[in-house]
Design a protein around this ligand. Structure first.
Ligand SMILES: Nc1ncnc2c1ncn2[C@@H]1O[C@H](COP(=O)(O)OP(=O)(O)O)[C@@H](O)[C@H]1O
Ligand SMILES: [Mg+2]
Length: 414
């Protein structure tokens, strides 16, 4: 083992204020189990459902999450100290039992984001890391924010000639008072069946497939409970789903093997249960590593997806194009819809922090989970170096007396 002082301190961040909280706990623990302890020291950072932060070794034990209140009592509450830049400094919030003791401090060199949904995947936490100038894994603020927005993602892809299914979108303020007009327009332009989705959520929450006007109306109202922006799509009747992960950054991006997730009922949507609850949530195993649950890896899927070689390559190329277009980094998973009646493949969505980091799609192409984690950390450090290597401020003080005179003049002229 490397001298402990030389090991990189990796803050593994998981949980979060998101409907995908539990899924993120699983991804976080899987990542922690996969990280090579001879190279990295792990600092778990658990964000509870109310947004408070915790660290401590108990957070690496899956069983501890069965009782979240007990877990929070056993863990160490922390907050970050914004005075430190270039690294993340976590400081024990309130030493409860020993008020006279100095609060413990935890320094983090690289933040490994294993959050799904909400602030953790939409650019919010990424923005915090940018502001602290600490290296973090995965996509930056722009790619994360775009990837979370199903409307903007589709608009961007369509603009670049990447096929997307026909859709319409609107805000609650546009919908309110003009419901019948919208329903008429949706029926005329898309036709049944349709799929209604909140624009910025995941895990199939709030998503419904509808066959008639009454159900469409109800599904839209339901979707507005989750988001003020809603997208309605033409539903593909004979649907197959094909996913491809991409690893790298816009200048070095490579595709994984393809997967075809299998729905429990082929006539229905892929549900939250399909995605995460298969196999009774039993813990999976990785040889020689700590026990880790399966999370996204528990979904029934066919790997590689049974497509012919040309189709496989076309999907992989499209996935890489989307990854580059969205300026993604780290690992992202791009999901496609295949219309089995026509053979047409459509971009559906991009997940900038995919469940379980899609490790099961990398293992078959020769990237085991520990190497995948190494790559994520290398890419985070690379981007950080590039950012810090560029001019980011100027030494001239525009607020100095002479410059201010110039500015005043400029203001008067305008
Ligand atoms: N246009 C569509 N036609 C048919 N089924 C769809 C369509 N869009 C989504 N679905 C189904 O709904 C599921 C969830 O939709 P998706 O856009 O992937 O949202 P989420 O972000 O919640 O995963 C998909 O995995 C698929 O099974
Ligand atoms: Mg999906």
């Amino acid at each position: 083992m490397r001298d402990p002082a030389q090991r990189l301190r990796v803050g593994v961040v998981f949980g979060g204020v998101s409907p995908e909280h539990e899924v993120s706990v699983i991804t976080g623990l899987q990542a922690a189990a996969a990280l090579d302890r001879t190279r990295y020291e792990i600092v778990p950072l658990y964000i509870a459902k109310d947004g408070s932060w915790y660290t401590g070794p108990v957070l690496l034990e899956l069983e501890a999450y069965q009782d979240l209140d007990a877990l929070r009592r056993a863990a160490i509450p922390v907050r970050f100290d914004p005075a430190v830049h270039g690294r993340m400094l976590l400081v024990e919030a309130t030493p409860r039992r020993w008020p006279w003791r100095r609060p413990r401090r935890y320094l983090v060199d690289v933040v490994l984001l294993a959050l799904h949904g909400g602030e953790g995947e939409n650019g919010g936490v990424q923005g915090l890391c940018e502001t602290l100038n600490v290296p973090y894994t995965g996509s930056g603020v722009l790619g994360s924010a775009l990837g979370m927005d199903k409307v903007l993602s589709k608009l961007l892809c369509r603009e670049q000639g990447i096929p997307v299914v026909d859709f319409l979108w609107f805000r609650e303020a546009d919908w309110a008072g003009r419901e019948e007009e919208w329903l008429d327009r949706l029926e005329a332009e898309l036709g049944y069946p349709m799929v209604v989705k909140p624009a910025r959520l995941g895990s199939s929450i709030g998503i419904q497939r509808v066959e008639d006007r009454q159900a469409l109306d109800a599904a839209i109202e339901e979707a507005f409970r989750y988001d003020e922006k809603v997208v309605v799509e033409r539903a593909i009747r004979n649907l197959r789903e094909i996913n491809c992960a991409v690893l790298g950054d816009p200048s070095e991006a490579r595709p994984s093997m393809l997967e075809e997730p299998v729905r429990s009922d082929p006539s229905k949507l892929l549900t939250f249960q399909d995605k995460y609850m298969r196999g009774g949530g039993k813990a999976g195993r990785r040889a020689g590593k700590q026990q880790a649950p399966q999370g996204m890896a528990s979904l029934d899927r066919i790997i590689p997806a049974p497509l012919d070689e040309a189709q496989t390559r076309a999907v992989q190329e499209m996935a890489v194009r989307v990854f580059q277009l969205f300026e993604c980094a780290g690992v992202a998973r791009i999901d496609f819809l295949l219309d089995d009646d026509t053979g047409q493949v459509y971009f559906n969505e991009i997940n900038t922090i995919p469940g379980s980091f899609s490790f099961y799609l990398w293992e078959p192409v020769g990237v085991p989970f520990d190497a995948l984690m190494d790559e994520l950390i290398r890419l985070a450090q690379k981007r950080h170096r590039e950012k810090n290597g560029r001019v980011r401020s100027y030494d001239v003080n525009l607020l100095s007396v002479r410059s201010l005179q110039g500015l005043k003049g400029a203001k008067q002229r305008s």
